[in-house]
Design a protein around this ligand. Structure first.
Ligand SMILES: Cc1cc2nc3c(=O)[nH]c(=O)nc-3n(C[C@H](O)[C@H](O)[C@H](O)COP(=O)(O)OP(=O)(O)OC[C@H]3O[C@@H](n4cnc5c(N)ncnc54)[C@H](O)[C@@H]3O)c2cc1C
Length: 820
């Protein structure tokens, strides 16, 4: 066994071995893997081997696509067959909402380049002759289906062996029967991993330990939000009907998913494997996997499976004549949102996670590919935010993760509505004025553990969403909130914002080297600043930076970016102690007070002059408001109206809230929710971090040139921007008016087509602009299609709508109101 390697992967399931394979293929051959028993001994050996390409996430979709392509190549490369049966995948729909979901997915699939077909019931029968199309009694009629011709199922253990052969050929080493027992940081900053066979020192370590993720995390002081849930499938004996069909020359049937009944069904040795996602499946091993478990399984729980078995028998009647051979019930790793954790561990340098995989056979190829890119190149090659482990924060307590993972598991097959908000483990994190806002009719949503009011139900209106891919019950009320904000004065509680205080003699120079804009040098100035990816110059973070005092900056970023940004900033701090960084997210609250009467209102609460000369747009002052002191009042906001963000010491939340509402009564003040904010910001073409601003696009592509100072000295990403300027900016950010929409507005991830029907871009966000009365989309097109007036079309739920490129900021394009 080696005593020093560049990268040590811990865990020999399919995910760990794929990571090792990709590192070695990228030329980092001084790499090794530890497996506590033998390869595949975790969840990999008993997985059903399905490789569904279907995934609503743009990132995960790309990872799955890569895997499926890789697995087809592997046998030729390694000489190891992987039993990849390219049967295709058929997902049935029995209602319009389900078809809407498939159509919404098709937009994502189109932008990624995944082949699919939306087919009719008659085509379903042709492809799958043993299916009952339903329409009577308790078997609802199939109304259509989504068909992926290119995926299927694979043998997980053979796949792992092929990756092992490939990794070894490239120089990697694998040590089985070698458990990582403890881990410590060496004085030189490397990682020493203790095993019963001796120690290995590594520059980087990767944790790919599946069901053991939490106990591996504990070795490093991390609370990893991955806890397994029981997952079962049934193996059936041979089916005479299937045998007859196949003997007569029928091709292997596609993997069938009846999403509305929450199960999958595939062929296995002339019989079947039936895998439901049941209600009531418990989380397991929240405190770690006990020693006795090893390669074991749990006893089958037929009672939990029964409703799905019965539904499957109605849909595929020949199941009735098959005996059950076996029930496989194993732990399947989950995270609260169901996506894996791929990327850097927070707070620890050179520690990487590839954990929390619930579709690990499908994701292994893609996750190994991108993690190896990240480790070797310093950054991944695609936007990985949706799977970045730092998308979670400290709020993922054990009980939170247990509840959320059980909820996510039983919801695998529910319709993934874009406005869905799941109820479990809530409310957890709330603003101090939660109860007050609740009494005003808030309909709550949740992000990063925080409760946020999505909209406000007026008296007499039910406080409930009817989730939909189309305009729904809250449409009119959201419109009223938008008009209130534009015509009177509205309040948004944005206390979840991430907030830092950066101080010290080195603060300005350090911040300036991290972002593309010039950091303000005058006290009271505010600058919108973007931290760029080193590799491609894309946008990794957005910070609103205010110089609040000499050597003191107040830095604000998205609420959901708390750990993501905090980890980045902390790891980038200079070693000389010249910069202090404090995360003050929870010690300050934030109310946005905006609208034409916001100045009148605030003038009643402060003696600080708020006129344009004394308090111009894009400046900030630390003032007194009502009884509150030390309030950072920033004249910026994300809705594009006259207004201030008040960032106040948290203990003043109740007082300020009451004072603002008392003072605002005469101006018709009201609360405004997140959905109205979405509409308002789209009317101003404001880009949202995480959806419109991602590492996939540079600030030039994002149309944020005015926030880039190429002549200011070095900053991270500058070299990439220079390269892009020399080569030509390939994509441009556009605002589109979508015509003819009466029901389903764009929401993001829709493909954009030119007049010849070729895909020339993608929308990253969309909504109805209630004040401009237009259906709007924003996103990226190839540079040739960005001119104002260009006619494109956008596909929304399967229908192409004409869309015109319009000038930025359809509402108040000259910012008269902002500067009023
Ligand atoms: C019943 C069932 C059916 C499934 N079907 C599918 C499917 O059809 N398609 C699909 O994509 N996914 C499926 N899955 C999920 C899939 O099995 C997992 O996502 C996948 O196997 C995860 O692989 P992994 O490498 O992350 O973890 P694992 O396979 O669990 O491997 C982790 C390894 O780490 C080792 N290890 C842990 N701690 C240490 C340590 N300290 N030192 C050294 N080694 C350590 C363990 O021994 C283990 O071998 C299914 C899961 C179940 C339970």
């Amino acid at each position: 066994m080696k005593t020093h390697v560049r990268v040590l992967v811990i865990g020999g399931g399919v995910v760990g071995v794929s990571t090792l394979y990709h590192l070695a293929k990228k030329g980092w051959t001084d790499v090794a893997l530890l497996e506590r028993t033998e390869l595949t001994a975790g969840s990999t050996w008993h997985a059903a081997g399905l490789l569904p390409l279907f995934n609503m996430s743009y990132t995960v979709g790309q990872l799955h696509k890569y895997s499926v392509d890789l697995y087809k190549r592997l046998p030729a490369e390694t000489g190891q067959d992987v039993s990849f049966h390219v049967t295709g995948n058929l997902r049935l729909a029995t209602n319009r909402d389900r078809m809407d979901e498939y159509q919404k997915y098709c937009g994502t699939a189109n932008t990624i380049g995944v082949p699919f077909e939306v087919i009719t019931p008659a085509q379903v029968k042709e492809l799958w002759p043993l299916v009952d199309l339903g329409g009577s009694g308790d078997t609802p009629a199939i109304v259509g289906a989504l068909y992926h011709p290119n995926d299927g199922h694979i043998a997980p253990a053979d796949l792992t062996m092929a990756l092992r052969i490939g990794a070894r050929k490239a120089g990697a080493e694998i040590y089985e029967q070698t458990e990582a027992l403890s881990i410590e940081r060496t004085a030189s900053g490397e990682w020493k991993v203790h095993t019963a066979k001796g120690d290995i020192v590594a520059e980087h370590i990767v944790c790919a330990t599946g069901n053991y993720a939490r106990q591996t995390g504990r070795l490093l002081g991390l609370s990893v939000p991955a806890i397994p849930v029981e997952h079962q499938y049934i193996v059936y004996d041979q089916s005479p009907e299937l045998k007859a069909y196949r003997t007569a020359g029928g091709r292997e049937l596609a993997v069938l998913r009846e999403s509305d009944q929450s199960y999958y069904l595939r062929e296995e040795r002339m019989g079947w494997i039936l895998g439901p996602y049941e209600k009531g499946a418990p989380a397991r091993f929240a405190d770690g996997v006990p020693d006795w478990f090893g390669r074991s399984l749990f006893p089958g729980d037929l009672e939990r499976l029964l409703p799905h078995v019965e539904a499957a028998m109605r849909r595929v009647p020949c199941l009735e004549t098959c005996g059950i051979k076996d029930i496989v019930n194993g732990p399947i790793s989950y995270t609260p949102d169901g996506s894996p954790l791929i990327g850097p561990a927070w707070n620890l340098p050179n520690v990487w996670l590839n954990e929390g995989h619930s579709f690990g056979i499908t994701a292994a190829g893609g996750s190994g590919w991108q993690l190896a890119e990240w480790i070797v190149e310093g950054e991944p090659g695609i936007d990985m935010l949706a799977v970045d482990p730092r998308r979670y924060g400290d709020y993922t307590s054990k009980r939170y993760v247990v509840k959320k993972n059980e909820e996510t598991y039983r919801n695998v097959f529910v319709i993934h509505f874009p406005d869905e908000e799941r109820p479990d483990a809530r409310p957890a994190k709330t603003s101090p004025v939660y109860d007050k806002i609740d009494r005003m009719g808030a309909v709550w949503g949740q992000r990063y553990g925080w409760e946020r009011a999505n909209w406000f139900a007026p008296p007499g209106v039910e406080r409930k969403d009817r989730w939909s891919f189309r305009r729904s019950n809250y449409f009119e009320h959201v419109g009223n909130e938008c008009r209130l904000m534009r015509e009177k004065v509205g309040v948004i509680d944005l206390s979840p914002f991430t907030k830092f205080e950066v101080t010290g003699t080195g603060a300005e120079a350090w911040l300036d080297g991290l972002v593309a804009n010039k950091v303000p040098t005058r006290i009271g100035r505010i600058a919108l600043c973007h931290a760029l990816a080193r590799r491609g110059g894309g946008i990794r973070s957005e910070f609103t930076i205010t110089k609040i005092a000499d050597q003191k900056y107040y830095v604000v970023s998205a609420g959901a970016a708390e750990r993501y940004d905090s980890d980045y900033l902390r790891k980038a701090l200079p070693a000389d102690g010249s910069v202090g960084l404090r995360n003050i997210t929870t010690s300050r609250g934030c109310f946005v007070i905006a609208g034409p009467r916001s100045r009148d209102l605030l003038s009643k609460l402060t003696d600080t002059p708020l006129d344009n000369a004394s308090f111009p747009w894009l400046t900030g002052q630390t003032i007194e408001v009502g009884l509150a002191v030390d309030v950072h009042a920033l004249r910026v906001n994300f809705v594009g109206s006259l207004g201030w963000e008040l960032h106040f010491p948290i203990e003043y939340a109740h007082h300020l809230f009451d004072a603002v509402f008392d003072a605002g009564k005469e101006y018709g003040i009201g609360m405004v929710g997140m959905r109205a904010m979405e509409s308002l910001r789209l009317e101003k073409s404001y880009r949202m971090w995480g959806s419109d601003m991602t590492p996939d696009y540079t600030p030039f592509e994002t149309g944020l040139d005015r926030f880039v100072r190429m002549n200011k000295g070095e900053f991270i990403g500058k070299a990439q921007l220079q390269k892009q300027l020399a080569a030509g900016v390939p994509n441009r950010f556009v605002t589109l008016e979508v015509h003819g929409v009466t029901d389903a507005d764009p929401l993001g991830n829709e493909p954009l087509f030119d007049s010849d029907g070729r895909i020339v871009g993608r929308a990253t966000s969309g909504y109805y602009g209630h004040c401009v009365r237009k259906s709007l989309a924003i996103g990226y097109v190839k540079a040739d299609f960005a001119a104002v007036g260009t006619q494109l079309s956008i596909e929304i739920l399967g229908e192409r709508r004409p869309a015109t490129v319009i000038p930025e900021s359809p509402y108040d394009p000259d910012n008269h109101e902002l500067r009023a």
